[in-house]
Ligand binder design. Structure first.
Ligand code: HEC
Ligand code: HEC
Ligand code: HEC
Ligand code: HEC
Length: 138
């Protein structure tokens, strides 16, 4: 009887640990972007299903978006995916990087325009009511 209770308690403790770490695992599963650096913000979250998007768009290099610059030059084989865009790009315009909003807009829109594929209007990118599941990024 006692043994079973201990086993049950251990089982519950393991489960609690797994639940506690779940957010860490699901973090990469971004479905939309709402950067907290903007505070409340004016617009609904931007549609962006990280994995699906990059698969469909056939983007192989992470540093197409998660770039690293040195002395004003793009570093080819380095990537900054461990960092947030807002770690380097400020909400207010600041040398040498474009402001955070411009950084997002320029990166996303430029490629869509170039490929003639992907959304380029405010409403397509910031769908009202968030037809996409919301995921807070930092
Ligand atoms: C290609 C997609 C795309 C397009 C087109 C686009 N945005 Fe954004 N926008 C983003 C992303 C991504 C962010 C950063 C994530 C977020 O919303 O916090 C952002 C952030 C913003 C922000 C700062 C955050 C906030 O909610 O205050 C504003 C304001 C904004 N966009 C307005 C606009 C307006 C106005 C247009 C049309 C002129 C537009 N956007 C077009 C993708 C887009
Ligand atoms: C089309 C642009 C793009 C590409 C390509 C891309 N990412 Fe991202 N990724 C983003 C954006 C935007 C964010 C949100 C950044 C933020 O919150 O500051 C992000 C966030 C992340 C995060 C943080 C997860 C979180 O929840 O905070 C990780 C990890 C990540 N990306 C890994 C990768 C890896 C690995 C690759 C290559 C296999 C990759 N990304 C390719 C745009 C991209
Ligand atoms: C480790 C710091 C760092 C991170 C993280 C970072 N950037 Fe940048 N980014 C820079 C610097 C520095 C420049 C300016 C390069 C120069 O001197 O022209 C830049 C330039 C840009 C530009 C201008 C065009 C270009 O590519 O040079 C865009 C757009 C941009 N960043 C978008 C983003 C977005 C969106 C994210 C998040 C997915 C991001 N950046 C993450 C440092 C960073
Ligand atoms: C290097 C190129 C590239 C970059 C950078 C890029 N996209 Fe895209 N995006 C594409 C292409 C190509 C498609 C069309 C994919 C298809 O349907 O064939 C697309 C499609 C989309 C779609 C339509 C739905 C989907 O997932 O197919 C959304 C929403 C989108 N992009 C948002 C964004 C946002 C937000 C960013 C910036 C954080 C971004 N994209 C950056 C190339 C890019």
């Amino acid at each position: 009887m006692k043994k079973r209770r201990v086993a049950l308690l251990i089982g519950l403790a393991v489960l609690a640990c797994m639940l506690a770490f779940m957010p860490a695992y699901s973090q990469e599963d971004i479905t939309s972007l709402k950067d907290e650096a903007f505070g409340k913000g004016e617009r609904p979250a931007a549609a962006f299903a990280h994995e699906d998007h990059n698969e469909k768009a056939e983007i192989e290099e992470c540093n197409v978006c998660h770039h690293v610059h040195k002395d004003g030059e793009l570093v080819e084989d380095e990537s900054s995916e461990g960092q947030s865009c807002s770690d380097c790009h400020n909400v207010k315009e600041g040398y040498p990087t474009p402001s955070l909003m411009k950084a997002y807009h320029d990166l996303c829109k430029a490629c869509h325009l170039e490929n003639k594929k992907g959304p380029v209007t405010c409403g397509e990118c910031h769908p009202r009511g968030g037809s996409v599941a919301s995921h807070e990024t930092h």
